[in-house]
Design a protein around this ligand. Sequence first.
Ligand code: GMT
Length: 379
Amino acid sequence: MKIGITCYPTYGGSGAVATELGIQLAARGHEIHFISYAQPFRLGHFRERVFFHEVEMEDYPLFEHPPYSLALSVAIHDTASREGLDLVHVHYAIPHATSAWIAREMMATEKDLPIITTLHGTDITLVGLHPSFHRITQFSILRSQGITAVSDYLKEETVRDFAVPGDRIDVIPNFIDTDAWRPDLEPCHRGTLAPGGEKIVMHISNFRPVKRVEDVVAAFARIREKVPARLVMVGDGPDRPRAMEKGEELGVRRDILFLGKHASVNELLACADLFLLPSGGESFGLAALEAMACGAPVVATRAGGLPEVVESGRTGFLLPVGDVEGMGDAGIEILSDPALHGRLAEAGRARAVEYFSADRVVPMYEALYERVIKGCEDE
Ligand code: GMT
């Protein structure tokens, strides 16, 4: 198949999943055309059958807010027409589902171009609920020929808040390449991250308020009272200064390393002894899955779709949002008991391989594509 993929190219789970999907589909013989304003960050080097089409934007003094959605519609239309795409798969509904629908309308006399929209998280649970976006988001999702959600939780939210019929949504979980995300990656950076042989506690996110990075620091401070440990914070975003202040306030700032954004976080996760994800909401929690695949037990919140990823008591522990004492205590228990740590790490890796590997999940997308294309042909 010739498949167009539109996603946010920046650091973030939806872009990471979309990029990995394109890479995996190309490896399985499909031709992939990424259409976005920049090359997706995890695409890396040249790959066979993978192409990137940059959305051209014309700047004009009148535009205080340049209309990216329209330029994207044109880029999707032109790429689909020129390359003979069989379908376009957009990740994160806003504005991608709308731009794709416009492109499909523009193509109507030429070809019936199927659109698949994958819902990822705040396009449904936060941004899409805002009155300025709700109607157009609902409209565009309903106009897609295929709709997927990354968890049962997100599907239920979409049915409830956007009145999308449940039978129109396929739940296809996020996935990872379990060969690239694994515990025994070399070289190991443990000596650099924790030169004194301390335990390594890690958090990776875009440091937005929903990630509750101050809770990461507070839970770590509790762990630090009992276990020699260092906190490695990977990523960046608006709440980084608050996390730093919290570290000062709790007297653990010197035990925290802020590494900023990294494209190859698998190399860092492979050194983690514990992963903290105390989010206020999470449709899936890709970072938790990445940690599990790398053999790091996860302490997270029982929020949104996280219980579909982390099995509390088996691959980590889930606690109520804001329960930093509970998360800290769970961390202490894991880091102080090598047998427990080993059991959780092994079960997490096994769960990642069994349920969330590319080999299991990518064929679900292929089956959906075939079904949707056939549906369009039969109409
Ligand atoms: O929804 C967002 O705000 C951003 C999005 C992203 O691009 O990282 O995150 C969502 O999609 C990820 C990939 O499917 C999920 O793993 C995250 O849980 C989800 N974030 C939230 O629901 C807050």
